[in-house]
Design a protein around this ligand. Structure first.
Ligand code: F6P
Length: 374
């Protein structure tokens, strides 16, 4: 097989710590194979609008510990991109530019949405390889995604700090943690931070159960509690309403029914945004303890990657360039224990890895008496 001479690389979706470590891992290994690397800015848009830059030794120097992504990112999708005010399918433009720039492979660093976009480009005939990136840890077919370990450290440290103020004021402090519709980050940080209550999307909760757990602590003389709640967590009733609306959307055949189901889901999503504040008010009423909310938000995605993420990102990046050199494409480089494994994009795209209710972390939380709201 002819040696690969030139590859492209881009970062797409929400940013995360470790992206630059991964870019560096791919880049330095590829340079070792005498490949030329073109970086494309701001996700897939960079391939449409010719936002490219050469990634040589100098460009890759000193980025291992830098947060965010030197390439910039976006949530633009190749098949639905806003161009001059209109949403257009830019797949063909990307394919044309891929060949115009003389690329022989495109490396896409991203989460679930990026894996789907990458599969589309693979199906359009491009040589694609992806790496699993997200603080949510919800990409299918990999043991871990880079970004998760750093966010876990950040969220855990936040919970540690919230303990002292909750204790001082005899309060319920609720920390809202990211994770989209997966509970890995909240469950992991909740256990590591010793939260008294952990609420995740995969286990819909009953507020009364949470209040009873907090009242039980008060009766034992501990009149403060820490609640770690995932941004996607919801009550049993809300989960039921979402499930019914999603089933209605799946069943919808006519335009009218599709529109109606879409409107219903949007209303539920809009109502969900205030969920954590509503939960705080409900717990205050039910326990007569003051409650306060801290939304960790984008702090969880910022700053230098942890050593664990630097190691994981560099491992995946190096393995990616190895696979390119072997002519292996159409795969995601998955973490498998202390190894890596190429997994066909068809097995990854469109799937989300959520917390199985019988997962060992769930059992661990229950072992130490954590209330999971059920
Ligand atoms: O997917 C990573 C993530 O941080 C999620 O945890 C969060 O729900 C989402 O991105 C926020 O998206 P955006 O950065 O577009 O506001």
């Amino acid at each position: 097989m002819a040696k690969i001479k030139r590859i492209g690389i881009l970062t797409a979706g929400g940013d995360s710590p470790g992206l630059n470590a991964a870019i560096r891992g791919v880049g330095k290994t590829a340079l070792g194979y005498h490949m030329e690397i073109l970086g494309f800015r701001d996700g897939f848009r960079g391939l449409v609008e010719d936002r490219r830059l050469k990634l040589d030794k100098t460009a890759l120097a000193g980025i291992l510990t830098v947060g965010g992504t030197i390439l910039g990112t976006s949530r633009d999708k190749p098949h639905r991109m806003l161009i001059d005010g209109r949403t257009r399918d830019m797949t063909e433009v990307i394919v044309k530019n891929y060949h115009k720039y003389g690329l022989e492979c495109l490396v896409c660093l991203g989460g679930g949405g990026t894996q789907k976009s990458a599969l589309r480009l693979h199906q359009a005939g491009l040589n694609i390889i992806t790496l699993p990136k997200t603080i949510d840890n919800d990409v299918a077919m990999t043991d871990a995604t880079f970004g998760f370990a750093t966010a876990l450290d950040i969220a855990t440290e936040a919970i540690d700090r919230l303990h002292s103020t909750a204790h001082s004021h005899h309060r319920i402090i609720i920390a809202e943690i990211m994770g989209n519709n997966a509970g890995w980050l909240t469950l992991g940080a909740g256990i590591a931070g010793g939260a008294d209550v952990i609420l995740i999307p995969e286990i819909p909760y009953r507020v009364e159960k949470v209040a009873e757990a907090i009242r039980r602590r008060s009766r034992r003389g501990t009149n403060f509690s820490i609640v770690a709640v995932a941004e996607g967590a919801m009550s049993v009733d809300d989960a039921r309403a979402f499930a019914a609306a999603e089933a209605k959307r799946e069943r919808a055949r006519t335009l009218h029914d599709k529109k109606e189901a879409k409107v219903e889901l949007a209303a539920l999503e809009a109502r969900h945004t205030g969920n954590t504040l509503r939960l705080a008010r409900q717990l205050e009423e039910l326990t007569h303890l003051e409650s306060r909310v801290t939304i960790l938000g984008y702090v969880q995605r910022g700053g230098t990657p942890s050593p664990a993420d630097r190691l994981l990102a560099t491992r995946l990046g190096g393995a990616c360039a190895d696979l390119i050199n072997q002519g292996v494409f159409g795969v995601m480089v998955a973490a498998r224990g202390d190894r890596t494994e190429p997994v066909p994009l068809e097995k990854v795209a469109g799937k989300r890895r959520t917390v199985p209710p019988d997962h060992s972390w769930v059992a661990t939380a229950r072992h130490v008496g954590t209330c999971l709201g059920d």
